[in-house]
Write a protein that binds this ligand. Sequence first.
Ligand code: GLC
Length: 426
Amino acid sequence: MTDEEIRQKTKNLLIANTRQGHNVEIEKDYCYISPSPSTYPYQWFWDTCFHVFILCALGDYDLAKRNMESLFTMQLEDGFVGHMLFWESTFVNHVLTFVQSKPHPRVYIPHMSSIIQPPLAAQAALRIYEHTKDKNLLSEILPKLKRYHWWLRVNRDFEGNGLLSIISPFESGMDFKPSFDEVLNFKHGIANELLFEDVLWVDVRNFLNNYDLKKIYKENYFIVKEVGFNTFYTLDLLAMAQLCKADQDQEELLYKKLAKKVTDSMRDLMYDEEEAAYFDIYGNDNKKIRIITPTIFFPAVLPDIPLSSVRSMIDRHLANTKEFVTNYPIPSDSMDDPAFQPNEAIYLWRGPTWIIFNWMLYRSLLTKGYEKFGERIYQSMHRLIEKSGFREYYNPFTGEGYGAKNFTWSGLIVDMINIRRELNST
Ligand code: GLC
């Protein structure tokens, strides 16, 4: 398939998955892209940001803006935005979806869930701004993003060290990530119904606690500082600084300082030099969870991480044939982890390949001395799409497509095509 064919297919998919209209109950317009209409009909927080990156790479800035606007249409006074926005499909059809929202009296009115997802919204807004230099967009979106970041700091930096905690496995965006097993008291290994019950129980308890964060923190049944989430958070703070700069807003410095604080705390509390890995931490004593998943090297993308650490993480793990080197990288769990399971399953993120890892690391690999590796993960995505189409996730050995169909995320390859062209021409 040529780059142009991939771009065209991606464009067709995003257009086909677009949902737009006017809701008379709340008198608001909406426009969002469902990640996969049959499996995931709602608007999702980080999915929306991925869609913005894809749309910008395709040059459809107008649709990108409208998706971004809808993401903040239901923002609460205090700045909160939930991880799922129920526009057209307001009737929830799954017990998890039900308990992930505070009890809502009139379910047919658009509303949001009560949990969050990795913060990429400032990065998405910045991407649109970089392409369009649209000052109106800046003055509309920046105050909303500031309120959102304010909410994150006030409500999720429980200990004041800059790191944000998640209160549900789903907030990581990587629902059944194997490192959470220890926190959930699930015997680490291949997933089964007991894991599902443990995960569900966290959300049920949050629901019974009416999403009162002080109570949830005190009860401490699932308070995790996750590496992936905090890496995206740092990048978002840096994007906030850039947006402020573009708007000649003095808060630029505040966001830069915050980004440094988070990076420092990640290094102090999560990094293990001997193992060359950043580990998720939990509990009052910030205990490290020593499970090898791709997030252990996510901080390699941060500007303030020394090149020597980046090299150790990549050489020891990403390039390790016992851990992540497969025919179709990057698997979502290390091959030598007892939880590793490469096939289709309801327990997501425990072995198969999700292409966001490839997308997330691509630019850094190319610019930090790993051109060959970057090319491998790019070609892997190409081959996955050619072989199995746009699927939610793939078998890391055979490339077989699994999970939701007509799934948008594989379209992130168009952003990688642009990065590849950009770096080849410099
Ligand atoms: C799954 C993924 C989550 C994503 C959602 C919609 O739950 O784990 O990250 O946002 O699907 O695509």
